[in-house]
Design a binder for this molecule. Structure first.
Ligand code: SAH
Length: 462
């Protein structure tokens, strides 16, 4: 009889093994079997033979650390970033972009079959980016110092609050690298205290950069623990001297002991309170606190697909559930008779109303509240939609909302989703309620990471 651990498997912590990777899991982690016991290995690709060390053993699975790739997959590529292995910002840089897109398409197909029980849905190839780097229009990074007093700015390491210092990040706009380096120099020169999470002391907590991709306009936000910010004039001068198109420099005050990055209070140090950007023809004001999709180019691809699937002729009433700041609603308003946007966060609705006004959109109306409560209320009051668009957070739609929509019997439903598993679950529910999913288009909004956004087109089938 073989030696067994407390979980009835022969796999032991700290043991080294050579394994073959059978598959990649939903975060692209390698999946291998040792005597039928499943082991997950970050950074290993399907088809590879790798040497691993077991770092964790649970009842149903183990976790291995990749020590060496013995036989490489054709899809393996050298990460462009030197901090890739330690940083928690990206997790697919070790595989070619083409295979990242393929991985995303296959994952969507797999969950639609397994969770959605939908066998005959057309899943298109994932729409990727021509240049899958430098796509983020927003970055927010913690600022700190190490034991030797060296200034650190960077993402946290995975599952920790250790700042991985970086010179340059390949998924953010290049202006971010410059702002980070200026900030570090300024902290060093004037010996500005950085924030200490444990003691809730120090001053500079985070640095945030936002850029309008169409306008080129840049906003820099320095997040401080309290009102005090010594040498702020020098900070502003250095940023303005070295960065083009800076239209707004803001001090955001957050004196709470919290993981939430921004506080509620903002003080303008230079320029205006907001910057502007466009998605398609529509202009949006962006403040430090407002939500705006982080990949400007792909957002347009996603929204255009949603508009294409809605296939509006001009006479339709449309519901946009989970509308955020009304971005999809404005897109739909171009071709609909009337759009009703519903969103739970009051500030987002205030922004949505302002965005509609500034873009001269008169046929969109916005309602604050839970979609699952407000949409049934609209229906009760006699408002009937021909097309419904939903774009819920990761957990998907409340089942009661799906029932209310199906009862109203719109011709079409367009489902925009940032989580394939909950999308598949909800498409299955809608299938039982008489809505057939015709096609699904994955869109790569987050290259170099495992995340994938989808748009699904459903029609009434009864
Ligand atoms: N459609 C928008 C935002 C999508 S994100 C865009 O493309 O920009 C999902 C949104 O759903 C968030 O703004 C979140 O605040 C909102 N939300 C979460 N739960 C909700 C609920 N029960 N009812 C309505 N909105 C909700």
């Amino acid at each position: 009889m073989s030696k067994e651990n407390k979980f009835n498997s022969t796999v032991e912590k700290n043991q080294e093994y050579i394994v073959e990777i059978e598959n990649n899991g939903h975060q692209c982690e390698g999946v291998a079997k040792i005597d039928n016991f499943t082991v997950f290995i970050d950074g290993a690709l399907k088809g590879e033979k790798v040497k691993i060390k077991i770092i964790k053993v649970n009842k149903n699975y183990g976790v291995g650390k990749l020590l060496e790739v013995i036989e490489k997959s054709d899809y393996r590529s050298e990460p462009v970033c030197v901090t890739y292995k330690r940083c928690g910002g990206c997790n697919l840089q070790h595989t070619t972009y083409e295979s990242q897109l393929e991985f995303k398409t296959e994952r969507v197909k797999e969950v639609l079959k397994r969770i959605g029980k939908l066998d005959d849905v057309k899943v298109h190839n994932t729409l990727g980016m021509e240049h899958p780097y430098n796509y983020r229009n927003k970055v927010q990074l913690p600022v700190g110092k190490n034991k030797d007093g060296e200034v650190l700015v960077g993402f946290y390491a995975p599952r920790s609050h250790d700042i991985i210092n970086m010179e340059c990040c390949y998924i953010q706009d290049e202006v971010g690298d410059k702002v980070i380096s200026i900030t570090k120099e300024w902290i060093k020169e004037f010996n500005i205290p950085t924030y200490n999470e444990e003691t809730n002391t120090g001053i500079v907590r985070h640095i945030m950069i936002r850029k309008g991709f169409k306008t080129g306009s840049v906003m820099v936000v320095i997040v401080t623990n309290g009102n005090k910010l010594p040498n702020s004039e020098e900070f502003v001068d250095n940023i303005r001297k070295n960065i083009e198109n800076v239209d707004s420099i803001i001090q955001n005050i957050n004196d709470k002991k919290t993981n939430v990055i921004l506080g509620q209070k903002c003080k303008v140090l230079y320029g205006s309170e907001t910057i502007t950007d466009f998605i398609g023809e529509f202009k949006f004001n962006i403040s430090p606190l407002s939500f705006f999709q982080v990949n400007s180019l792909q957002t347009e691809v996603l929204y255009n697909k949603a508009l294409e699937y809605a296939d509006l002729k001009g006479n339709e009433v449309v519901f946009d559930a989970y509308c955020g700041t009304g971005t999809i609603s404005l897109f739909l308003s171009q071709k609909a008779k009337r759009v009703y946007g519903v969103e739970i966060i009051p500030q987002a609705i205030e922004n949505a109303i302002r965005n509609a006004k500034e873009n001269n959109v008169k046929n969109a109306q916005f309602i604050v509240g839970e979609a699952e409560k407000e949409i049934p209320k609209l229906i009760e009051n006699g408002v009937k939609a021909d097309v419904v668009v939903v774009d819920p957070p990761r957990k998907g739609c409340e089942e009661s909302l799906l029932h209310a929509i199906a009862k109203m019997a719109p011709e079409k439903i367009v489902y925009v989703s940032c989580d394939p598993a909950t999308l598949a679950r909800d498409l299955n529910i809608l299938d039982t309620l008489g809505y057939k999913t015709l096609e699904v288009q994955p869109v790569d909004m987050f290259p170099q990471t495992h995340h994938v956004e989808n748009v699904a087109k459903l029609v009434r089938d009864i």
